[in-house]
Design a protein around this ligand. Structure first.
Ligand SMILES: CC(C)(COP(=O)(O)OP(=O)(O)OC[C@H]1O[C@@H](n2cnc3c(N)ncnc32)[C@H](O)[C@@H]1OP(=O)(O)O)[C@@H](O)C(=O)NCCC(=O)NCCS
Length: 375
């Protein structure tokens, strides 16, 4: 049955934004290796997803200036993040409600013209890193750091998070991780965003819907759990015994398996290489070594491949990002893809409203409350 199958292999829309063909991921026709191997920036990737072509030098200049001019968040939004910065609140819930709030504070949020949609898109894209860094610092009892509009997307984020200018290798690693997570065809959160867009709802509602969907451990929440697992394995000291026990109790090993990729997740090899380079000869080397042990065991015992979340856990940890906000980093990148899909859906809209196959009883008679009982 379709629902038991999770709509597996069902084509639900047409798109020009990204494709997965023979285990190759491409953005608007560019294989991700083209972007990775030619040192593309994340900003160029956003432009590509939104415009279906790479920018010229002057377009790039204008686009990055617009993003940088919108990095800042208002005091009102910062205050709301402060209220939500308690440790027990789930970081993705905080991001979800803060993005929703951006829509409340934007007086033009209900406008649907191309210009208004573009402005809303730029604002969302530019402010989400500031929201995340502000939240991460407030939650740790630190003062938020204002964005610097002389810095690019990845560099500015690391600066706001740590208060220090990041090293070139760190900026490159985050830039690449952001590119690799930016879009992924009709994944669950993108589908959710498109369903919301198809009702002609506003862009803030669509992105809020997508964040709620990405939050789940079977989608974006996996990399946070990958790092928990690495820490548990380090503490237990026996990778094989740990995995055997988990698999014997039917638990899923986070960061493995994929709905679409069965031989290789094309994003994973770049993240593995980054994890290797960033950890080499540092105190963090252990995380890379343990990851390799887990990968070998999972391949041989279950034939399962690591996915994008597996090595990104080590990369983010080395960049000084707390595991509790890993999924927020995913959202910070994927919002580029969500917005592209929302705009595409708006451009050729048809309400997405499938049918369900009813399995319950039919033609029941109403029994008054006082006579109603169930055996
Ligand atoms: C990504 C995922 C949801 C894909 O799910 P799916 O296409 O519905 O595949 P299934 O869950 O049906 O898995 C097929 C088989 O592989 C097994 N399997 C898949 N992923 C597994 C994992 N991470 N650990 C252990 N076993 C796994 C399933 O138990 C199932 O075995 P069975 O046929 O004996 O029942 C699934 O692989 C998963 O839960 N992975 C862990 C979470 C994760 O890393 N998510 C990030 C995705 S990018």
């Amino acid at each position: 049955m379709v629902e038991e199958n999770g709509l597996k292999d069902l084509i639900a829309c047409h798109t020009r934004i990204s494709s997965i063909i023979d285990d190759h991921l491409a953005y608007a026709g560019y294989d991700i290796s083209e972007l990775m191997d030619n040192q593309a920036s994340f900003e160029e990737t956003i432009y590509l997803l939104w415009n279906l072509r790479l920018p010229t030098a002057s377009e790039y200049e204008k686009f990055t200036s617009e993003l940088r001019a919108n990095y800042e968040i208002s005091d009102a939004v910062e205050q709301c993040i402060l209220i939500q910065s308690r440790k027990h609140l789930h970081p993705m819930s905080v991001l979800r409600s803060t993005v929703s709030l951006l829509g409340v504070y934007n007086v033009h949020a209900e406008e649907r013209s191309l210009e208004a949609t573009y402005e809303q898109s730029i604002q969302l894209m530019a402010k989400i890193p500031t929201i995340i860094a502000t939240f991460a610092r407030l939650r740790n009892g630190q003062t938020p750091i204002a964005p610097r509009n002389d810095l690019g997307f990845a560099e500015n984020f690391l600066y706001m998070l740590t208060g220090k200018e990041a090293q070139a290798i760190e900026i490159e690693a985050l830039n690449k991780a952001l590119i690799l997570h930016a879009d992924h065809e009709l994944n669950a959160s993108t589908f959710a965003a498109r369903v919301c867009a198809s009702t002609l709802s506003d862009i803030y509602s669509c992105v809020t819907t997508a964040i709620g969907t990405l939050k789940g451990p079977l989608h974006g929440g996996a990399n946070e759990r990958v790092f928990d697992m690495l820490q548990e394995i380090r503490a237990c000291g026996d990778t094989e015994a740990y995995l055997q026990q988990k698999l014997a109790s039917q638990e899923k090993i986070m960061g493995f398996g994929h709905r679409v990729y069965k031989k290789q997740d094309p994003r994973e090899s770049y993240l593995r290489q980054m994890a290797k380079e960033l950890t080499q000869k540092t105190e963090h080397e252990i995380w890379y070594q343990l990851s390799r042990e887990i990968e070998d065991y999972m391949k041989h015992s279950k034939g399962l491949i690591p996915n994008v979340d597996f090595y990104s856990a080590t990369v983010y940890h080395v960049l000084g990002i707390d595991s509790s906000i890993f999924t927020l980093i995913f959202a910070m990148s994927r919002v580029a893809g969500w917005i592209a899909h929302i705009q595409e859906q708006q451009g050729f809209n048809k309400l997405i409203r499938p049918r369900s196959h009813y399995l319950g009883p039919e033609k029941l008679s109403y029994i008054p409350l006082e006579r109603r009982s169930y055996a």
